[in-house]
Design a protein around this ligand. Structure first.
Ligand code: 13P
Ligand code: SF4
Length: 306
């Protein structure tokens, strides 16, 4: 065993012991480091994490290894639990692209257009939304809204995905909102990979730009991509999302080969969680006036995505 493997194993054992002693469950997003995924009680996409935090947690304490908004969603959905975030500095930069003031302005300027917001936003900004979604249920929620035109904040690429799949007008607000990680995936890079590996299937996240979505064989949330791979009889996959999902797919499948659709597909915010930051120091607290509206939005979202 190398020194670093030994260190990882020791830290993992300490966390497992702490989990038992303090009775907490560890919920991890699919982009977490492999050593965190391995000891998590549940590792999934943002929709499944929210659902799990609301319905499937028996322990009194819930610790999220993810970005902060995911832990906030868990805390809002299950206020009877103590919800902790492993590292409060792990913030999704896309969330800053939909500030509260901009969302208020959008509602004032177009009161007749429903405002659908991505869950990758702050709880305060989300309180302005009419509907919220994750990448896994965006189409279902837009269908429930059932309008020919909606405003969508803040990811322009997810807006494009909904617009093209449903044939409705989806106005991105702001028009430049994006995830810095997924925005950097390029169609030319994938086309080259496809030439080298002609039998590979291309699967991407809907936060990827339109040119990438257009050449993908499958577009879905991280857990939908995982399900696609695990149920596919194909062997080779070009994967257009953060490397954590590729780590998980490699660990949990046999005989399949994965090609990264970018040379460094890393979300440095997700990676601010390390084995050293997995502790119950940071309790998530949200003012009740913001939590109340968010709880209704999140519960409606979960109901509408059944
Ligand atoms: P998922 O809900 O698909 O896991 O995505 C969350 C995210 O942050 C993607 O970048
Ligand atoms: Fe946010 Fe992008 Fe990181 Fe997902 S990958 S948490 S959208 S910055």
């Amino acid at each position: 065993m190398s020194n670093s493997t030994e260190k990882i194993k020791k830290l993992q054992d300490e966390i497992l012991k702490l989990k038992d002693e303090k009775d907490f469950v560890l919920l991890a997003h699919n982009y977490q480091l492999p050593e965190i995924q391995e000891i998590a009680d549940f590792c999934a996409d943002s929709l499944q994490l929210a659902n799990h935090a609301k319905n499937d947690v028996e322990s009194q304490n819930v610790l999220f290894a993810a970005v902060k908004f995911m832990a906030e969603s868990g805390a809002i959905l299950n206020p009877s639990k103590n919800v902790y975030v492993a590292n409060p500095e792990a913030l999704c930069p896309m969330a800053r692209m939909a500030p509260v003031d901009l969302m208020k302005k959008v509602k004032q300027e177009s009161p007749d257009l429903p405002l659908m917001m991505y869950i990758n936003t702050t709880a305060a900004a989300r309180a302005q939304a009419d509907f919220i979604c994750t990448s896994a249920n965006s189409l279902k929620i837009a269908k429930v809204i059932n309008k020919q035109e909606i405003n969508f904040a803040p990811d322009k690429n997810l807006a494009y995905f909904i617009q093209t799949r449903l044939g409705i007008k989806v106005n991105p607000v702001p028009i430049t909102g994006h995830c810095t990680v997924h925005e950097s995936f390029k169609a030319s890079y994938i086309t080259n990979l496809k030439k080298k590996h002609p039998n590979a299937i291309t699967i991407v996240h809907p936060e990827c730009p339109p040119e990438v979505q257009q050449i993908a064989d499958f577009i879905g949330s991280t857990s939908q991509m995982e399900k696609f791979v695990k149920t596919s009889d194909r062997k080779e996959f070009i994967v257009g999302t953060e490397v954590g999902l590729i780590d998980k797919l490699k660990r949990e499948t046999e005989g399949k080969i994965f090609y990264k659709a970018h040379d460094k597909p890393i979300c440095y915010n997700m990676k601010k969680n390390t084995l050293e930051t997995i502790n119950d120091e940071h309790l998530v607290k949200i003012p009740e006036e913001i939590a109340k509206k968010n709880r209704q939005l999140l519960n409606d979202m979960l109901k509408n995505s059944e």
